[in-house]
Design a protein around this ligand. Structure first.
Ligand code: GDD
Length: 417
């Protein structure tokens, strides 16, 4: 029997995802037509050995309830949310909820970062882990290029055995092209190692030197993986695969593209349409959405529940969230349209493609600052917040609109507060 833990963090972590995180808890933001972490759940349910999924985060339980009810009903597996009352870090929550994880004696458990988008080769990872009897942790890794690698956990390995001999989290300078994908298998014997960190702190327990006492806060990467490297207890399997993180709006567009491709491959039944509009693959349309037959949608578009799309509309590389309407002959490119928004006729909403070459297997989405040195907004995905009304015949280029705004004129490179 195996279990899975999905780490989703909490409110404090959603800042780069604004303004989308004003309406959505980031782990529940839909990509490829499913909340981000439902992709993790789907992947876990593909392994019959996985009998329970524990989602650990510090969002209030009430905010996760309807999602949990939905997935619990949809997948025949036990799924529970365990709330941290303060953020405990990437290993603190595992330790705090260790009894829940160990209950039923799982042979091992997966730990999945809730903000990654991938094909989750869990079977391969688990088989690899089993083949290393001394391993406490096996990490899924992939190769990034030199400049991108330093933004991740970097691994130096013994190429013959797969042992991680050196681990550095987000190094200041180049260490290795192999990066930690945030997807692991942990043996339940890991808990004494985490307990050692917990007890070695004593009362001062201040890991990050910020003067705040946070005894329970433990970072898996710096406090567990780093010391385990070179002790024959930490291994990695490196795969060449599509993988990305969802950190900001641009990365959501990129992840949407990847998720659509993976979903199309594994769950083609989700890609049937009730409309005769022109579809340029890959496109997800929720069965309740109404799309006029003369619209042209795709590639890489997800359309949510009860969305209405009028005649002659053209949408590509975008996410249209639930209950929005797009009136006739409007063009939407590289944009995210929030829930319950109304977009008029003959309007143009266009963001800039800031994500990298879609054909590259590994992609670091440039985390451009919002403004450049001249105080101008950097090129970005266009975002229309939840509940906005955009009049007909206006043009919004690289514009970010906060929720509930009514726009009656055109804007370019601006944030409308
Ligand atoms: N429950 C819980 N509690 N989850 C947390 C906490 C916490 O206090 N802090 C972070 N997380 C979750 C985040 O929501 C995210 O899903 C995941 O753990 C990773 O945390 P981040 O702090 O966002 O780390 P990162 O993305 O910059 O880097 C990590 O992931 C990379 C791969 O995606 C590291 O593990 C890197 O080494 C790795 O390359």
């Amino acid at each position: 029997m195996l279990k899975s833990v999905i780490l989703i963090g909490g409110d404090r972590k959603g800042t780069r995802f604004r303004p989308l995180s004003l309406d959505f808890r980031k782990p529940l933001f839909p990509i490829g037509g499913l909340p981000i972490i439902e992709h993790h759940i789907q992947a876990c349910t593909e392994l019959k050995e996985v009998q329970e999924i524990l989602i650990i985060g510090s969002y209030n339980s009430s905010e996760m309830k309807s999602f949990l009810d939905e997935v619990q009903a949809k997948y025949s597996i036990n799924i529970r949310y365990l709330q941290e009352f303060v953020e405990l870090g990437t290993a603190g929550g595992l330790y705090h909820f260790r009894d829940q994880i160990r209950r039923g004696n799982p042979e091992a458990f997966f730990v999945l970062n809730g903000d990654v988008c991938a094909d989750f080769p869990l079977r391969q990872l688990y088989e690899f882990h089993k083949s290393k009897p001394k391993a406490l942790v096996s990490i899924l890794s992939t190769e990034a290029d030199r400049t991108e690698s330093v933004n991740y956990g970097c691994l130096v390995t013994n190429k013959v055995t797969g042992e991680v001999t050196h681990y550095v989290e987000k190094p200041n300078s180049y260490v290795s092209p192999l990066i930690n994908c945030g997807i692991y298998v942990l043996s339940t014997d890991i808990f004494p190692a985490i307990a050692n960190v917990f007890y070695s702190r004593g009362e001062s327990g201040d890991w990050n030197g910020n003067g705040i006492k946070d005894e329970g806060h433990i970072q898996l990467e710096q406090e567990i993986l780093q010391p385990l490297a070179g002790t024959e207890k930490l291994y990695t399997i490196s795969l060449n695969m599509k993988w990305s993180q969802v950190k900001n709006a641009a990365s959501a567009i990129y992840a949407n593209r990847q998720a659509l491709e993976l979903q199309r491959k594994h769950y083609p039944e989700r890609f049937t349409y009730k409309t005769n509009c022109t579809i340029i693959d890959n496109v997800f349309i929720h069965p309740t959405a109404q799309i006029d037959d003369t619209a042209v949608i795709g590639p890489n578009v997800s359309i949510g529940k009860n969305v209405v799309i009028g005649p002659g509309v053209r949408i590509r590389e975008s996410i249209i969230l639930d209950y929005s309407t797009v009136d006739s002959h409007t063009l939407i490119i590289h944009s995210i349209i929030g829930r319950n928004s109304k977009i008029g006729k003959w309007t143009r909403i266009e963001g800039t493609q800031v994500d990298p070459d879609p054909n590259k297997p590994f992609a670091k989405i440039k985390n451009l600052p919002l403004f450049n040195q001249n105080g101008k907004l950097n090129p970005s995905t266009a975002i229309i917040g939840n509940g906005c009304t955009v009049s007909s015949e206006i043009i919004l280029l690289n514009t970010i609109i906060l929720p509930s705004k009514e726009l009656t004129r055109s804007f370019k490179n601006e944030i409308i507060l």
